[in-house]
Ligand binder design. Structure first.
Ligand SMILES: Nc1ncnc2c1ncn2[C@@H]1O[C@H](COP(=O)(O)OP(=O)(O)OP(=O)(O)O)[C@@H](O)[C@H]1O
Ligand SMILES: [Mg+2]
Length: 270
């Protein structure tokens, strides 16, 4: 079953006297809910996710998962990174089995691994090594490893960005379905507005310099969601407009003298 997440006035500086990358970020996510986070490149999305995972300690404020303050990673809170992070010397099956072994879920391990590989479309690649797979296939192995342990929380950092459009859509639906079936709380960072609207109950738009919560959009559409539906299109327009407002505000903040640390400005919606 999923766990609630409370983000309370989170602030993070990478160096003591540096401008904060994230400032005063507060948000609550109920158990079993899904939140997507969008925002310009460099606004602090991955940093925020690392703090939720207990991989980075905030400079101020705190994260609580199921009312417990997060100080370090926990096996029931599963993070999937922008790159797949597989062990190259282990086979695909062994990589998927790792999470189950770490969490002591070794009963029926072989069958579970086979089921997860089937779900991500890699049933016939169990014996392969990661370097024998494409980037997208490696990402699917990492996804199978994350989902196999039925975690309380899954934190996904652009998990589908290396996949072809067809596989991406299929996995977005599959992960959403698995999260609902098991009541998993999902936090997804993405640059893809349709992905956010397909997968999330709420979408947070972040501003940058420093990274703050600019707006929160409720997506009250039934699952599975169809991007061709008029209600979906209306929400896409709304989200695009909020995103562009946030980018304009970011530029205004930068022009007022707060330093921008990279030159990027546009997040693709594709
Ligand atoms: N270890 C670090 N030390 C110093 N600064 C860092 C470090 N990691 C990230 N940053 C800076 O913090 C800011 C936020 O980085 P982060 O990776 O969280 O952005 P992001 O929103 O995930 O970007 P993207 O969409 O490109 O993945 C960036 O300006 C980045 O340069
Ligand atoms: Mg990132």
């Amino acid at each position: 079953m999923g766990a609630s997440i409370q983000i309370d006035k989170l602030t993070h500086r990478f160096h003591r006297h540096a401008t904060p990358v994230i400032r005063d970020f507060s948000l609550e996510i109920s158990a079993g809910q899904s939140l997507a986070i969008i925002g310009e490149s460099g606004c602090g999305k991955s940093t925020l996710l690392h703090m939720l995972a207990g991989l980075t300690q905030p400079s101020a404020g705190c994260v609580r998962i199921q009312d417990k303050r997060v100080y370090r990673p926990h096996p029931e809170w599963n993070m999937m990174f922008q790159s797949p992070a597989l062990y190259p010397w282990l086979s695909v099956e062994q990589n998927v089995a790792l999470g189950l072994e770490f969490t002591g879920q070794t009963r029926g391990l072989k069958a579970k691994v086979a089921e997860m590989l089937e779900r991500v479309g890699l049933a016939d690649r169990g014996r392969a090594r990661p370097h024998d797979l494409s980037g997208g296939q490696q990402q699917r192995v990492a996804l199978a490893r994350s989902l196999a342990v039925s975690p309380e929380v899954i934190l996904l950092d652009e998990p589908f960005s290396a996949l072809d459009a067809f596989t991406r859509r299929a996995l977005q639906r599959e992960v959403t379905q698995i999260a609902h079936d098991h009541g998993i709380t999902l936090v997804l960072v993405t640059h893809d507005i349709d992905e956010a609207l397909i997968m999330a109950d709420q979408v947070a738009v972040m501003g940058r310099n420093p990274g703050t919560l600019r707006s929160l959009l409720d997506v009250s559409l039934a699952y599975p969601r169809d991007p061709k539906e008029p209600a979906f299109k209306a929400l896409r327009d709304e989200l695009m407009s909020r995103f562009h407002d946030s980018v304009s505000l970011n530029s205004a903040v930068t022009a007022c003298g707060v330093s921008a640390d990279d030159g990027s400005s546009v997040v693709s919606s594709a």
